[in-house]
Design a protein around this ligand. Structure first.
Ligand code: MG
Ligand code: MG
Length: 287
């Protein structure tokens, strides 16, 4: 294993394990998405994800994560104005809600970390646009994960996509290196300047996670000391993939497998699931 300024570069063998962990995480998210319906509780969604982790003998990476108190579940589930770190429980989904599900799976010592936001039934035009922009921001970030770029190029690609569409990115929470630990260096914020930050290198693995707010970018931690919500209580969305930098371009580690998982994911955006190529980010400087 190679270390560089706190960044852990992964070997091909380690990337193969991370791909397996990431696929299981994708299957867990898919199960949770398939449980989304009016009347379901957020605990139901968590249970669906936990069952997949158990079937594949993966450990829930979030359970026990240190904070104000150890994180008590395998997923974080957020509704509407809640952005990240919502604790699943008895709250019931209603038609028109936005629900974001974030999950982490540890397999053979490596973590897959990914998140998705979906609507419950019919959603508002603003909510639909927010989902579209947040997913496109993730794809723009993935497209920038190339040799010759720096972390600031990835951040700038995400920020530009979001802000040109009239929404805001969070400042207090960031994308991050991922590997044996769920949070490794480098931090990759959802805002930044091109040409700044750390040069990308083969074997870097980063969880990119645009957290997008329809209104102001400020957030607030709620009374449970975990859930983060928009301060103005307007809608938010969150998508995340763990992505490797390779000499052949970005590889999404938290995708379904096009062969093994063929036919799955009717309710799972194929673009997000990884069956389609990420968009190329034409706006990012190439060297
Ligand atoms: Mg996550
Ligand atoms: Mg993450």
């Amino acid at each position: 294993m190679n270390w560089s300024r706190g960044v852990v570069l992964k070997s091909d063998r380690e990337l193969a394990i991370m791909r397996r962990a990431g696929r299981i995480n994708a299957l867990a998210l898919l199960a949770a998405v398939e449980a989304v319906r009016p009347g379901a509780t957020t605990a139901d969604l968590d249970a669906a994800a936990v069952e997949v982790l158990r079937q594949h003998k993966a450990e829930p990476a979030f359970l026990g994560y240190p904070g104000a108190y150890p994180y008590p579940a395998a997923t974080t589930i957020c509704l509407n104005e809640e952005l990240v770190h919502g604790i699943p429980g008895p709250r019931r989904l209603e038609e028109g809600d936005l629900v974001s599900i974030d999950c982490g799976a540890t397999l053979e010592g490596f973590v897959g970390d990914s998140a998705i936001t979906v609507g419950v039934g019919k959603i508002s035009d603003e909510a639909g646009r927010l989902l579209e922009v947040t997913l496109e921001a993730l794809m723009a970030g993935i497209g920038a994960m190339r040799l010759g770029h720096r972390t600031g190029d990835v951040s700038a690609a995400i920020q530009r996509l979001v802000e040109t569409r009239g929404f805001n990115v969070v400042r207090e929470y960031t994308g991050h290196g991922v590997g044996r630990a769920m949070h490794e260096d480098p931090q990759v914020p959802n805002y930044g300047r091109q040409g700044t930050g750390m040069p990308l290198r083969v074997g870097m693995t980063i969880a990119l996670e645009p957290m997008v707010l329809a209104g102001r970018p400020e957030t607030q931690v709620l009374e449970d000391e975990w859930t983060v919500a928009s301060l103005d209580r307007r809608l938010t969305a969150h998508f995340e993939h763990s992505v490797a930098v390779t000499k052949d371009g970005p590889v999404v580690l938290t995708a379904l497998d096009p062969v093994l998982d063929a036919g799955l994911g009717d309710r799972y955006n194929g673009y997000f699931a990884g069956f389609l190529q990420p968009v190329k980010d034409k706006g990012v400087r190439s060297q």
